[in-house]
Design a protein around this ligand. Structure first.
Ligand code: PBG
Length: 338
């Protein structure tokens, strides 16, 4: 049997300028020409704050992420700051839930208390607070529920003043930014107006502008105890298939006074992040959400992937797609490396 041997091209066959591998030869050269670098200062670290009457608990589906009491949230903030992280995003689990989420504007609530305590202990830390009703309502929806001819619906306009009230409460406690994640129409304008009306003009709005109805939020709903008790969020969160609609949402938020816009989730929406970066001048944040984090942790735990390596690759890809800021549960781990 004869085997045909391919002739090896000689060096002469490759033109001198056709050797991109020169730039990959050593680690120092690779570092020198690296186009995208993720910095801890560009990450936003989410924390879940519970009332002091509850224990500190690790989220089953999010290894390394905990429900923290105020004191522990302060410790975590200090640790994060020492590692170079400059911003936190706070979520709260209230003492009680009702139909309108009234616990969310309680000045002694877990988020308000954590904002005050963190700003006191780590004044340089930028503290952001998520604004939404779902953690605070007994039905788990992001707005007020009304009955329309026997069908339950989330009422947009009745929800706006409640979101504004919550935002003002967080801002009054000392939050640097409020981050509405509810996806009601007109909420950025309503919140901006309420903040300005309360003389909180320096407090910014990071708007969850293109927030998709996503299966990737599953673990978060365990962490925040915010799963809807009936139905789903598809009548207010976006259809995963749409990118033009995302641009329209972003445009409205910019017009209404957002200081930063956000795309969420990140990994399945890298094209939307790119579109956001190419079309708007404001900082673009991307939310590397709970399900994206949990998939990495679960596979790494089984030895199926190299967790830290995949984490780096994921954060780099989100940055490369155009995100200026990345909200990620990996923040502390990323900042701790090396
Ligand atoms: C609240 C909110 C959610 C997330 C951030 N804010 C959950 C949801 O919309 O159901 C998800 C974050 C994550 O999955 O990490 N509306």
């Amino acid at each position: 049997m004869t085997t045909k041997v391919m002739s090896t091209p000689t060096n002469d066959a490759i033109a001198p300028e056709r050797r991109p591998r020169r730039l990959r030869r050593t680690e120092s050269i690779r570092t020198l020409v690296r186009e995208t670098v993720v910095r801890p200062e560009g990450l936003i670290y989410p924390l879940f704050v519970v009332p002091n009457t509850r224990p500190k608990v690790e989220i089953g589906s999010m290894p390394g992420v905990w429900q923290l009491r105020v004191r522990e949230a302060v410790d975590e903030a200090r640790r994060a700051y020492d590692l170079g992280i400059r911003a936190l995003l706070l979520f709260g689990l209230p003492e009680y839930k009702d139909g309108i989420g009234s616990a969310s504007w309680d000045p002694t609530g877990p988020v308000q208390s954590a904002i005050e305590a963190i700003k006191r202990a780590v004044p340089q830390m930028t503290v952001m607070a998520d604004v939404c009703l779902c953690e605070y309502t007994d039905h788990g929806h992001c707005g007020v529920i009304v009955d329309r001819n026997g069908t339950k619906d989330v009422d947009n306009d009745q929800t706006l003043p409640l979101l504004a009230k919550q935002a003002v409460s967080f801002a009054a406690a000392g939050a640097d930014f409020v981050a509405p994640s509810d996806m009601m129409d007109g909420r950025v304008a309503a919140i901006r107006e309420a903040l300005d009306g309360a003389s909180l003009t320096e407090v910014g709005i990071m708007a969850y502008s293109a927030k998709y109805a996503s299966g990737f939020y599953g673990p978060f709903r365990e962490a925040a105890e915010s799963a809807p008790q009936f139905g789903d969020r598809r009548s207010y969160q976006m259809d995963p298939a749409n990118v033009r609609e995302a641009l329209r949402e972003m445009e409205l938020d910019v017009e209404e006074g957002a200081d930063m816009i956000m795309v969420k989730p990140a990994l399945s929406y890298l094209d939307v992040i790119r579109a956001a970066r190419d079309n708007f001048e404001l900082p673009v944040a991307a939310y590397n959400v709970s399900g994206e984090y949990s998939m990495v942790k679960a596979a790494a735990e089984r030895g199926w992937i190299d967790g830290p390596r995949v984490m780096n690759e994921i954060l780099t890809s989100i940055k490369r797609a155009g995100a200026d800021l990345i909200i990620t549960y990996h923040a502390l781990e990323f900042a701790s490396k090396g």
